[in-house]
Write a protein that binds this ligand. Sequence first.
Ligand code: SF4
Length: 331
Amino acid sequence: MSFRKNFIVPVFIPHMGCPHLCAFCNQRNISGISAAPAPEEVSEYLSATLSRERPEAVIAFYGGTFTAIPRLEQGKYLSAASEFITKGLASGIRLSTRPDEMDAEQAQFLKKYNVKTVELGVQSMDDSVLEKSGRGHTAADAVRAAKAVKDAGVELGIQLMTGLPGDSSEKFLNTVHEGVKLSPDFVRIYPALVVEGSELAEMWRRGDYAPLSLLEAVELCAQAVETFEAADIRVVRLGLQPGEELEKSLLAGPYHPAFGHLVRSKIALNNMLRALENYEGEAAEIVVNPRELSIYKGIRNANVRELEKSTGRKIKISAGDAAFGAFKIRP
Ligand code: SF4
């Protein structure tokens, strides 16, 4: 388990450049921001937000399809952000976009403007799921786009979703395996949520779409994290950022403000269960790194109860001299 945090200064450009609205998406309701700022407003915002104390800050254009904005406008936004890198107030730029709006020439253009990271909204590697989700691109587009970003020497992030229309456990886990083949530097995984104002909300109201349960989403994401991390690919985000705007517009779906914690706890539970298979004592104390105690115990000690139920043993989980990401078992 490894976590690396960047100091991100987000600039939301809701739906800017998007060719249409994807079925699950309503960035305005999710972010609470109704319109994209003009390049001059971006400069003002960055002047007020960036400081010499955090020169590692990364300016992130999120919430739209950056590379589908007319090239002249892209240049204006990137110049506005680059100015702060030149002044030593930020270290780079990252942005998110769609796979069908990225090619080798576009990737080179971004690199010239200090773009260090591109996040591709891959969402699924199953064409039927992409079609039912109104994405308007294919898995082959994701393969081409990922290659273009990597060939330009730009860091690649991919975003995947589970529980999309037409998706299944098998299709999602296949998406994860195909996602590993894209060789991203990091991954974000979001369970699909039904948000007011989205096409998914209409499908859900008509009874044409049923979201995953929280338990299903946690289990699928836990398997996805294990697969990516076994391939040395970082999973930097699990579930949407909790927030008042999201909670106000949420109609249904596997939302939990600590979704990532639930997934990490599930992985910890799986690991402890595997280790206890070869343990013979009647009681066990599992010693973990103090920073991971709440993950191992689970929310309200859920993992302790599950371990006791599954193994028939008395279980105690305590903080001690275990390395981060590891644990020891003693009688
Ligand atoms: S998912 Fe991405 S491409 Fe689709 S509408 Fe939302 S921001 Fe635009």
